[in-house]
Design a protein around this ligand. Structure first.
Ligand SMILES: NC(=O)c1ccc[n+]([C@@H]2O[C@H](COP(=O)([O-])OP(=O)(O)OC[C@H]3O[C@@H](n4cnc5c(N)ncnc54)[C@H](O)[C@@H]3O)[C@@H](O)[C@H]2O)c1
Length: 458
C-alpha cells in the first residue's frame, strides 16, 4: 500500500472510529475481509445444529445465526418451550428430545448450542465434546472453578472447538476497539481495571407451587440438590427458582458476580493479558451484602433469592496491579494505565485516549492484532456466532475460548466464595486453588446429585 493510500485509509478509520455506541457504522476494515455469508457458499456449508436448553437466550442466538445453521434437534426439559422454540428456530422441523443425550447420539449433528441454566452447562458440554461435537456454550461456562479444569482438559483431549457466549468479545466498536487501544499502548502500563456491575434483586419468601405441566422438574434440577419448585406470580414473569430467575440462587448460578462478571471481568482480564500481565492475582479482599443470612457459606433460608445484592472486591497482583469487581449501577469496565484511562460499556467508549484518536488514529492492523477469526457481521451476537462457525471450519481457537474465559471466570467464582464465607482469601493462580483455607477450597467444586454425575471414559 502506498503512503497516500495508507493516509487515506487512516482518515477513513478516523472518521468512523471516533463514533461509538450501538448502531454505529462498522469500522472500515470490515468492508474488505470475507464475511461468513461469503464463506458459506452452498447448502452443504450450513451447520446442522442441536440446541440444548431452548429458553430466552437460545432463541435470540438462533435468530442471530439463522443464515448459517439449521436447527435439526432441540432438547428442553420443558415441553412447551421445546415446542415453541421449534417454531421459532426451524419452522417446526426439528426433532424434540427431553433428554439431550439422545441428541448427542445423532451423527448428523455437527455442533451443539448449550444454553441451559449455569448449573447445567458443564455436564452437557463435556458429553458433547466426547461425542465429537463442537460447542457454543453460553456464559458463564461453569458453576465452579473445578468444572473449568475439567472442560479445559476434555477440550484439549478431543480438540473440539468451544466458543463461550461472551459476545462483548465480538463488539467491535466498543470492547474490541478498547482492547486495540490497550494493545497499542494508549493507556500505558495498566495499574487498575474495574468491572462495575449492578446488584441482584431480592425476593420475599416464594411459596412451593405445583410444577407446571410439561416441565420435568427433576431433570431441570439435574446435578443440583433436590428441592421443591417455587413460584409467586407478580409483575413480569413472577418470582421462581426456575426459568430465568435461577440467576438469583447460588444453587444454579453465581448471581450478578458471574452473570455479568463473566462479561466484564473477562474484558478486564483480556486487557491485562494484552498489557503483558502474565501472573494471576494472589488474593481477594472485600465484602458483599446478601438478602438472607449465610452460615458456613450457605443461606439459612431456602425459600427466597440468595445471591449478592451489593459487593466490592479487590484482587491484587504480585506487581501491585488491581482488579476490582464492584457493585455500581454504571455498568461497564474502567481501564486505568499510567498514561491514560478508558471506560467502555455496551453503550460508550470514553476517555482521553479515545478523544486522541482524531489526531493519532489506530494503525490499520490494530483490530486484527487483537481479534482472531472472522469479524464482519450485522451485530455483536451474529459476529460472535460467525467467529465460532468460521473456527469450526478453520479449526482455530475462537475469540472466547475456554482458557481465556476461565482465567476471568475463576476470579468471579473466587469473589463468590469470598462473598459467601465473608472473608478475604489467598489464591494460587497457577494451581487454581485457595491457599490455607480448607473450607473455602471446598467451594471450588460441588457435589453432583445421584443420577446426574459426569461419567468420563476410563
Ligand atoms: N451472553 C449473554 O449476554 C446472555 C444473556 C442471557 C442469558 N445468557 C445465558 O444463557 C443461559 C440461559 O439463560 P436464559 O435466560 O435463556 O434461561 P432460561 O431459563 O430462559 O432458559 C434455559 C432453558 O434451559 C432448559 N433446561 C434446563 N435444564 C435442561 C436440561 N437438562 N436439558 C435441556 N434443557 C434444559 C430450561 O427448561 C429452559 O427452557 C444462562 O447460562 C445465561 O447466563 C447469556
Amino acid at each position: 500500500m502506498s503512503h497516500q493510500q495508507n493516509q487515506s485509509s487512516r482518515r477513513r478509520f478516523l472518521q468512523q472510529s471516533v463514533m461509538t455506541g450501538a448502531g454505529v457504522s462498522v469500522p472500515y476494515f470490515y468492508s474488505t475481509p470475507k464475511t461468513l455469508a461469503q464463506e458459506t457458499k452452498s447448502k452443504n456449508d450450513r451447520v446442522s445444529m442441536g440446541v440444548i436448553g431452548a429458553g430466552g437466550m437460545a432463541n435470540g442466538n438462533m435468530r442471530a445465526a439463522r443464515d448459517w445453521v439449521d436447527v435439526v434437534a432441540i432438547s428442553d426439559v420443558d415441553r412447551g418451550r421445546a415446542e415453541s422454540s421449534n417454531q421459532n428456530m426451524s419452522a417446526g422441523k426439528a426433532t424434540l428430545y427431553e433428554d439431550y443425550r439422545a441428541l448427542l447420539d445423532r451423527k448428523d449433528i455437527d455442533a451443539v448450542h448449550v444454553a441451559t441454566p449455569d448449573h447445567w452447562h458443564t455436564k452437557p458440554v463435556v458429553e458433547a465434546l466426547l461425542a465429537g461435537k463442537d460447542v457454543y456454550c453460553e456464559k458463564p461456562l461453569t458453576l465452579t472453578i473445578d468444572e473449568g479444569k475439567l472442560i479445559r482438559r476434555i477440550q484439549e483431549q478431543t480438540g473440539r472447538v468451544v466458543q463461550v457466549g461472551t459476545q462483548q468479545r465480538s463488539t467491535f466498536n466498543l470492547f474490541v476497539k478498547a482492547m486495540a487501544l490497550v494493545a497499542e499502548g494508549r493507556v500505558g502500563k495498566i495499574k487498575r481495571v474495574q468491572a462495575s456491575i449492578g446488584g441482584a434483586p431480592t425476593s420475599q419468601a416464594i411459596p412451593v407451587a405445583e410444577v407446571p405441566a410439561g416441565l420435568n422438574w427433576d431433570r431441570w434440577l439435574g446435578p443440583a440438590p433436590k428441592v421443591d419448585y417455587r413460584f409467586l406470580s407478580g409483575k413480569g414473569r413472577g418470582k421462581t427458582n426456575c426459568h430465568y430467575e435461577f440467576r438469583w440462587w447460588y444453587e444454579y448460578s453465581g448471581g450478578k458476580l458471574t452473570d455479568w462478571g463473566a462479561h466484564h471481568v473477562d474484558i478486564c482480564n483480556w486487557a491485562l493479558t494484552l498489557n503483558g500481565q502474565t501472573e494471576g492475582p494472589v488474593g481477594i479482599s472485600g465484602s458483599a451484602t446478601h438478602p438472607v443470612e449465610f452460615k458456613n457459606g450457605y443461606p439459612v433460608e431456602g425459600d427466597r433469592y440468595n445471591t449478592a445484592t451489593a459487593f466490592h472486591f479487590t484482587l491484587k497482583y504480585p506487581n501491585d496491579t488491581e482488579l476490582v469487581i464492584r457493585h455500581d449501577e454504571r455498568n461497564g469496565v474502567l481501564i486505568e494505565g499510567d498514561q491514560g484511562r478508558i471506560f467502555v460499556s455496551r453503550g460508550a467508549l470514553q476517555g482521553k485516549p479515545v478523544e486522541d484518536l482524531k489526531d493519532n488514529p489506530l494503525p490499520e492492523d490494530a483490530i486484527s492484532n487483537v481479534y482472531r477469526g472472522m469479524p464482519m457481521e450485522r451485530n455483536e451476537r451474529a459476529a460472535h456466532w460467525a467467529n465460532f462457525l468460521h473456527c469450526m471450519r478453520s479449526r482455530e481457537s475462537p475469540i472466547s475460548d475456554v482458557h481465556s474465559h476461565m482465567k476471568g471466570l475463576n476470579l468471579c467464582h473466587l469473589a463468590g466464595i469470598s462473598a459467601r464465607l465473608g472473608r478475604d482469601l489467598r489464591w494460587d493462580d497457577a494451581n487454581e486453588r485457595i491457599v490455607g483455607d480448607d473450607e473455602a477450597n471446598s467451594f471450588i467444586a460441588r457435589p453432583y446429585r445421584a443420577g446426574y454425575q459426569i461419567d468420563l471414559p476410563a
